[in-house]
Write a protein that binds this ligand. Structure first.
Ligand SMILES: N[C@@H](CCC(=O)N[C@@H](CS)C(=O)NCC(=O)O)C(=O)O
Length: 209
């Protein structure tokens, strides 16, 4: 088994944190997206989509969606559970994880990739060749700001995003929030519950993964 990874990219980090929480070690292969290594023939032979993270099993099977990779490891090793154990927990974690991907992750991608000159013809991750649309930058920033405000309100009533226990939804949110901050994109002021949550999850050893 091999995990094709990139240290500073948010989606690969989701999988690394998930694995660290479970104490699972998988051999990693570092691929530099900025240098275009994910679009070179060597990696495209593994994953023609050209995206990370990519998990390649020993029989050659490839799983190339972060949540799917996490589900695979959750099924292999259920403890500690990060995707819920009761029907309600499972549904709420799925619900928040998808909301964070769509309402936080997509605006982040829009704001970043449509403004970063080296990605002028790489506005969509992977082997797309899609041209940037500069108008999406402001919309992405505005949606991201609104997203953090909604998340702050949620965290006023809930210790973790999906409920009283840490889950994949927290991992997804942490990776998006830290990437947004690294890019100096909007994380609004005056969101104390988000900041309380951020300090708590950042203190977990897995956050260093
Ligand atoms: N939906 C995918 C998104 C994967 C994705 O967008 N990965 C980025 C790195 S964070 C990537 O592969 N980018 C390749 C590129 O920029 O060409 C997932 O959740 O794993």
């Amino acid at each position: 088994m091999k995990l094709y990874d990139m240290r500073v990219a948010p989606n690969p980090r989701r999988v690394r944190i998930f694995l660290a929480e479970k104490g699972i070690e998988v051999p990693r292969v570092e691929i530099n997206i900025r240098a275009g290594e994910n679009l070179e023939p060597g990696f495209l032979a593994v994953n023609p989509r050209g995206v990370l993270p990519t998990l390649q099993l020993d029989d050659g099977t490839v799983i190339d969606e972060s949540t799917a990779i996490c589900r695979y490891f959750e099924a292999l090793q259920p403890d500690p559970p990060l995707l819920g154990t009761t029907p309600l927990d499972i549904a709420l974690i799925e619900c928040w994880n998808r909301r964070i991907e769509f309402d936080g992750g997509q605006p982040l991608v829009d704001a970043f990739r449509n403004s970063y000159p080296p990605y002028a013809d790489r506005a969509v991750p992977g082997r797309s060749g899609v041209a940037a649309i500069p108008a999406l930058v402001e919309r992405g920033r505005a949606r991201l700001g609104e997203f953090f405000t909604v998340i702050d309100a949620r965290l006023r009533d809930s210790e973790f995003v999906a409920g009283p226990t840490f889950s994949l939804a927290d991992i997804t949110l942490l990776c998006i929030a830290d990437f947004a901050r690294a890019l100096k994109l909007t994380v609004p002021e005056g969101i104390p519950d988000f900041l309380r949550w951020h300090a708590t999850v950042s203190a977990r050893p897995s956050a260093q993964a």
